[in-house]
Design a protein around this ligand. Structure first.
Ligand code: CU
Length: 105
């Protein structure tokens, strides 16, 4: 039931003055009823993930020992991917929420 959102990828526009070797993308991940959707995304270095929290609860996207993006109710938050690799993330408040990002060079 979440597959329809899996393919939503928008090209970022503007960003004048930012040196981007290729066209960076913004990858959207919705949070709906305590689920990241899509739960797994592929990205490239320089891309940005935007989490859109549709719940009335505060969530986070928290990488263990790494970045944390706070996602207040009905708000969104962004993270620019600066390194290749893959990482799992969870919500600080709801540890059953799990996501994964794979970043290619
Ligand atoms: Cu949460």
């Amino acid at each position: 039931m979440f597959a329809s959102r899996a393919a939503i990828v928008l090209l970022s526009v503007g960003a004048a003055g930012i040196a981007a070797p290729s066209q960076a993308e913004t990858i959207l991940v919705a949070i709906d009823r305590l689920v990241y959707s899509p739960a797994e995304v592929d990205a490239r270095v320089g891309d940005e993930i935007e989490w859109i929290n549709k719940d009335v609860l505060v969530h986070t996207a928290t990488v263990k020992g790494g970045a944390e993006v706070l996602l207040p109710a009905k708000k969104s938050g962004r993270l620019v991917l600066k390194e290749a690799g893959s990482f799992d993330y969870t919500c600080r408040y709801h540890p059953n929420m799990k996501g994964r990002v794979t970043v290619r060079p």
